[in-house]
Structure formats: structure tokens, C-alpha cells
Design a protein around this ligand. Structure first.
Ligand code: GDP
Length: 164
């Protein structure tokens, strides 16, 4: 889980925990930054380790060839263009450093705050089209489309592990 502070990563992780797809939850470390969970989807169980990566650790993460990193969930708020710009640059950096093998999923959060919207769907669509990634607009606050996002993440991880 990457993205600027305040875009809703913690809120999103909390909503994942209440999802109907969520099975057992093991908190690997005694903090809010890492959660290992089992997700039950289509009769199959997938263990997912969600790590909320601090901005100052992102460089290290991208340079690492850690095979356990199956994908990058890039979070921003539709109400803050600067948070989108950060994610925009990260997409290019990930594709440059790690190629196209890993899943990159963009989360456009705070969709409930339509009137304060600063990021257009068009720029989001264009970024994803040219970099082979997916996006989902969600509201972590209203739990809107959060299940769709979780399912999308798990499907993407499964696809990738079958390719390898
Ligand atoms: P983090 O720093 O990325 O982990 O962000 P947080 O999850 O702590 O959220 C930052 C602030 O945004 C908090 O006040 C949340 O209540 C609020 N927030 C998170 N998601 C949403 C959302 O979907 N809509 C609205 N309106 N506020 C949200």
C-alpha cells in the first residue's frame, strides 16, 4: 500500500477487515502497518500481506527484488491533485524499475467528496491505459466499492502467480 499521508490507506485497510471475503486475520506485527489476512474468493483461499509503506521507504521497496512483492496498491485522494501526482510518478518508476510483471492497482479514494474533486477520470484513465494498470474509485469512509477493490487485488495476484 503506497501513497501520500492522509489519502485513506488506514481507513481502507480497516474496511478490508470487515469484508465478506475476509477469512482469518493474523496481524504479523503489533502495529497498523502490516496485516496478513486470508481472502476467500471463488472457493479458493489466498493469503495476502498488506504492508503500508512509508514514503521514505518507497525507494528501498522499488529497488528490492523481493519476490514476495506481488503487487503495488497506489492510493490517492480525488480531492488532492498533489496526491495523484505522487502516484502518477510512482507508476512510471515502478514500471521502469520492476517492468510489467507486477500488478499495479490505483485506488482513487474519497469518491464521496465529489464537489471537491481535483482529479479527472480522464487523466486517471490515460495513466492506466499507458502503463498497464487498473484503477478503482472507492470511498473508504462509506465502504463504497471497497469489496470490488479487494477482489480486484486478489484476482490480479492470482493471475500474476499463474504467469510466473
Ligand atoms: P492515511 O494517512 O493514508 O492512512 O489516511 P487515513 O486512513 O488516516 O485517512 C486520513 C483522513 O481521511 C481521515 O480523517 C479519514 O477519516 C479520512 N478519510 C479516509 N477515507 C475517506 C473517504 O473515503 N472519504 C472521506 N470523506 N474521508 C476519508
Amino acid at each position: 500500500m503506497l501513497g501520500d499521508t492522509g489519502v485513506g490507506k488506514t481507513a481502507l485497510l480497516q474496511q478490508f477487515m470487515t469484508s465478506e471475503y475476509m477469512g482469518a486475520i493474523e496481524t504479523s506485527f503489533d502495529d497498523d502497518c502490516e496485516k496478513t489476512v486470508s481472502v476467500l474468493l471463488d472457493g479458493e483461499e489466498t493469503m495476502v500481506d498488506f504492508v503500508d509503506v512509508r514514503r521514505d521507504q518507497v525507494g528501498l521497496l522499488l529497488q528490492s527484488t523481493n519476490k514476495h512483492v506481488e503487487g503495488y496498491v497506489l492510493n490517492f485522494s480525488i480531492t488532492e491533485h498533489t496526491s495523484f501526482q505522487y502516484v502518477h510518478d510512482l507508476v512510471y518508476e515502478i514500471r521502469q524499475e520492476r517492468g510489467s510483471s507486477k500488478a499495479v492497482i490505483l485506488v482513487a479514494n474519497k469518491s464521496d467528496l465529489v464537489r471537491s474533486r481535483e482529479v479527472t477520470e480522464e487523466e486517471l484513465y490515460d495513466l492506466c491505459q499507458s502503463n498497464d494498470c487498473k484503477y478503482v474509485e472507492v470511498s473508504a469512509a462509506l465502504n463504497h466499492k471497497v469489496d470490488e477493490l479487494l477482489v480486484g487485488i486478489v484476482k490480479q495476484i492470482r493471475l500474476n502467480s499463474k504467469r510466473e
